[in-house]
Design a protein around this ligand. Structure first.
Ligand code: ADP
Ligand code: MG
Ligand code: MG
Length: 904
């Protein structure tokens, strides 16, 4: 078994196809070599070794790969003409993680590995640049101390122990920037860093390059299991089994002086999708300096630089002298970089996110990957690539992450309200969107507030991977430092979250929990609004409006319609929701819950009257009041869905949910109905159930009180006739809830059919309708062949089906499911993502048995899962006619359904 793959000098043992084995970074480093691009030589230890590392432990794995790693180092030595662990012409390397899926910043990297007192002296002499040598040494001790030896800040309010030392040294010297530190300061830093390490670990800092290398390699494997990597995997559903590869690569130095630099670049705009090469760089810098926001990064292109300066309110003269673009400072390297970016994009046929370093005027590529992007950019880039004939329609659809379409549907700031809003600060438009929320300063507080259903905006000096959870729950993120490629910006775009970064003029004070902007001091809990598309920060809450759809979004929807085999309906209870969903492309209603209509206005009174009546006559009287209201609701919905099927579910919840529980309301009701308070109380108490979700609900209500079903069936049929006469094409489907036996559906179907026949006779006209059932009780799935003898259609109610299959109460499960998820007992919440393994078997069985009886049986799903991409695909592949979901999920389901068809 080969465990190490080398690359360098235009050759490589791996290639882009091998990302599972070499990780994304390793595979692409190999490929860039094969494409003839300048890449420092190195090698990749495979992801399989990471799995071995977890299973067999450190010592066993070191033994397994020792020989291959030594040979690979020798290979790098021969290509660079330098020697590892040898002060004469020292080879320094970086040790980098790299999983199959990119996990930016989640795992660890060590740069300048191989440094010790002897190599630093030789490096200083050879380069004639002692500052560079000591700067590299200082960085190395810091990174190694952090990543390998575990020197981390003690608490969230503490700064990094190395940063603390550095701040002190800078302060003593009276300087602000790292670049202002001289050789002696850096020497002092190395000394202080090392002694801090010794205090912390009780051991001397390791001098041997080999010891350092093994420490680095093992630390990368360990970082696969660190807390933030685990969290990121969970959030992005990346399996733990994948493991990370380790890349060891000869260092190139962006910190060699004014003719050296480091940076990141994107072949298109990751926020908007605009076809515009862009990126940021820093002169005399290394590694993460650009993303860490230590100094203000400069733009790569002149055009980008001018745009940036305009946003910052910086004039052209100042821009050109203080913040010139790479095209101005190092034009040859800039042009080479642009040409490489074009080549890479053509090769991968997707937007690339690249890292590069310029060492003494020579460009080196360090990484390329398909860039993370917002939902809007995802749509625009794919459609642009289609128009550029670089990808085909099917690829466009397969490139969609359906979930991300959600970002395009959500409100934007109301234009007229924006005009009146007070701009308090301006930063960079790092990730588009409109966000209003209360200010919090720490990620964990963002979480606590969000748990209390508060909307928060996370305000930070800068963010780090530790802040991930807090960023995930915030409405938006505002940072004081950091550019368009800062951690906050990249992560926010990945999450589709609104972010304004690098708002330089705001002053964040963590200790006081305040932020000063535009002359006003904001405290924790104060409201602000962020415009991620312009970088503006507004005072207070700015109202929002619906986004405009169409354009590329519409084009994606058309493509989905072209390739899908599954219709997408919506769950809608009101004409308003129905219209909204139709606007998003819904083709019918899969679930209209009649009970929601019962709560509107005065209706609840009639409902209560019906429930509290002691006899059939009393109930009929109350139901007669409800009939016209239900009828007019149904008319509205039929109209909105002109031409499409509308599935209306008969009354489902336990009656207890409708009756008043407060004495005052009970009194009022009693007097209206001519009852005593005691009688009302007694009736309310009698409706109380130990386990209402398994109690007197669903068809059990309609069977015991057939007059309810009669009224609802009448309302539906009459409404259908009425709208039909207005020229509307109406297709009512009456759905019976909670059926578990053949007798139950027979009973209710009889009531419905008899009622319909009566209405048709009264009116002297008719309309076609269907009678079907929810499949949500496991017994219904098990006996679907019998039930299909009566039903015209099945609709899988996977919320209840999940509840009853697992035996998890939907209302009580969140308490322990959170724990289950955190402890790996379950991978995903079965109420969010359909459990294909268990519940899915019942669904499959229901479809198969039902269609065995009645091949033309119409089948759909109307649980929450109908809008979750993996569940939609499962249903589509089972051959369901439609999935139904809430209006805002319709576009997601449409694309997921089309992808399912393409995957087959
Ligand atoms: P991440 O996956 O978190 O981006 P990387 O492995 O890409 O981590 O490394 C972090 C930084 O170090 C990047 O900016 C990268 O460009 C830089 N870097 C990595 N290897 C080298 C190298 N051999 N020479 C110079 N810089 C390097
Ligand atoms: Mg990084
Ligand atoms: Mg990187």
């Amino acid at each position: 078994m080969k465990r190490v793959y080398t690359f360098g000098d235009g050759k490589a043992e791996g290639n882009a196809e091998m990302r599972n084995l070499l990780g994304g970074k390793g595979a692409n480093l190999a490929e860039m070599n094969l494409l003839g691009m300048p890449v420092p030589p190195g090698f990749t230890i495979t992801t399989e070794v990471c799995t071995e590392y977890t299973q067999k432990g450190r010592d066993a794995v070191v033994k397994l790969i020792q020989k291959e790693v030594e040979d690979a180092i020798a290979h790098v030595e021969s290509l660079t003409g330098k020697k590892f662990d040898n002060p004469e012409n020292p080879l320094l390397v970086s040790v980098r993680s790299g999983a199959r899926a990119s996990m930016p910043g989640m795992m660890d990297t060590v740069l300048n590995l191989g440094m010790n007192d002897a190599t630093v002296a030789s490096l200083a002499e050879k380069s004639g640049n002692p500052r560079f040598a000591w700067d590299s040494y200082r960085r190395f001790v810091q990174m190694y101390g952090d990543v390998v030896l575990g020197m981390k800040p003690k608490s969230k309010a503490d700064i990094d122990p190395f940063e603390a030392i550095m701040e002190k040294v800078k302060e003593e010297k009276g300087v602000r920037l790292d670049t202002e530190l001289g050789v002696e300061d850096l020497q002092k830093l190395v000394k202080l860093f090392k002694s801090a390490v010794k205090d912390f670990t009780g051991k001397d800092f390791p001098d041997s390059a080999w010891e350092q290398l093994w420490g680095g390699i093992c630390a990368v494997f360990d970082s696969w299991m660190n807390e933030r990597a685990i969290l990121y995997r969970r959030m992005n559903q990346i399996p733990e089994e994948w493991g990370t590869a380790v890349n060891v690569q000869a260092m190139v130095y962006g910190n060699m002086g004014e003719n050296s630099a480091t940076g990141v670049a994107f072949s298109r705009d990751a926020a908007t999708g605009e076809n515009m090469f862009n990126g940021e760089y820093l002169i005399n810098a290394q590694g993460e300096d650009v993303v860490a926001g230590i100094r203000t990064p400069q733009q790569i292109t002149v055009e980008g630089s001018r745009r940036w300066a305009a946003l910052q309110g910086i004039g052209e003269e100042e821009r050109a002298s203080k913040y010139p673009s790479l095209q101005e400072t190092m034009p040859v390297c800039a042009e080479e970089l642009i040409s490489i970016a074009n080549k890479l994009e053509d090769y991968y046929r997707d937007m690339q996110d690249m890292e590069f370093t310029i060492q003494d005027g020579k460009l080196w590529m360090l990484q390329t990957r398909n860039g993370k992007r917002t939902g809007a950019a995802m749509v625009k880039i794919a459609m642009d690539l289609l128009r550029e004939n670089k990808i085909d329609e099917k690829t466009v659809l397969m490139r969609m992450e359906p979930q991300k379409l959600d970002e395009l549907l959500h409100p934007v700031f109301d234009k007229s309200a924006l005009k009146r809003a007070n701009v308090m600060a301006k930063g960079l438009p790092a990730s588009p969107g409109a966000a209003s929320g209360q200010i919090v300063f720490f990620a964990d507080e963002a979480e606590t507030w969000a748990e209390k259903k508060k909307k928060v905006v996370l305000v930070r000096i800068e963010t780090s991977p530790e802040d991930l959870r807090g960023m995930a729950v915030a409405q938006g993120i505002l940072t004081m430092r950091g550019g368009m490629t800062s951690h906050a910006a990249v992560v926010a775009r990945g999450m589709g979250k609104c972010c304004v970064s690098g708002a330089g003029e705001i002053k964040v004070d963590y200790a006081a929990k305040t932020v000063e902007m535009g002359g006003k001091v904001y405290k924790e809990g104060d409201w602000i609004s962020l415009n991620g598309s312009t970088g503006e920060v507004y005072d207070g809450q700015v109202p929002t409006a619906e986004p405009e759809l169409g354009g590329d979004f519409g084009a994606i929807m058309n493509l989905a319609a072209k390739y899908t085999k599954t219709l997408v309906r919506t769950n809608a209870d009101t004409p308003r929701d129905a219209k909204q969903a139709r606007h998003f492309g819904a083709q019918g209603i899969g679930l209209c819950r009649t009970e929601h209509m019962f709560f509107e206005g005065d209706r609840i009174k009639a409902v209560r009257e019906m429930i509290l009546s002691g006899d059939v006559e009393g109930r009929r009287k109350a139901l007669a009041k409800l009939l016209p209201m239900q009828r007019s609701d149904f008319e509205g919905i039929f109209e909105a869905m002109d031409g499409y099927g509308v599935t209306i579910r008969l009354l489902d919840p336990p009656l207890h949910e409708f009756v008043p529980h407060q004495t005052a309301t009970q009194k009022e009701l009693a007097s209206e109905m001519g009852l005593t308070l005691e009688e009302v109380k007694a009736k309310v108490d009698s409706l109380e159930e130990f386990n209402p979700m398994l109690g007197h609900r669903g068809c059990r209500l309609g069977i015991t009180y057939p007059e309810i079903t009669e009224m609802q069936a009448r309302a539906i049929i009459e409404a259908a006739l009425n709208v039909k006469n207005r020229g509307i094409s109406v297709h009512p489907e009456i759905m019976i809830p909670l059926v578990g036996t053949l007798k139950e559906i027979q009973n209710q179907a009889d009531v419905i059919n008899t009622t319909a026949a009566k209405v048709f006779e009264e009116r002297g006209e008719s309309v076609p309708y269907k009678v079907g059932t929810m499949i949500e009780v496991p017994r219904a799935a098990l006996t679907a062949d019998q039930i299909a003898t009566v039903a015209d259609f099945f609709s899988f109610g996977t919320n209840d089906l999940t509840q009853m299959t697992f035996g998890y109460s939907r209302d009580d499960a969140p308490k322990f499911l959170k724990f289950y998820k955190e402890h790996g007992i379950i991978k995903t919440d079965p109420f969010e993502v359909l459990d294909q393994e268990g519940v899915g078997q019942l669904v499959r069985m229901g479809v198969e048995k039902g269609r065995a009886t009645k091949p033309e049986l119409k089948v759909g799903i109307c649980g929450e899962h109908g809008g979750e991409p993996s569940s939609v695909k499962f249903c589509a592949k089972l051959g369901m006619n439609y999935v139904s979901c809430s209006p805002y999920r319709v576009p997601i389901a449409r694309v997921a359904a089309a992808q399912a068809a393409l995957e087959e």
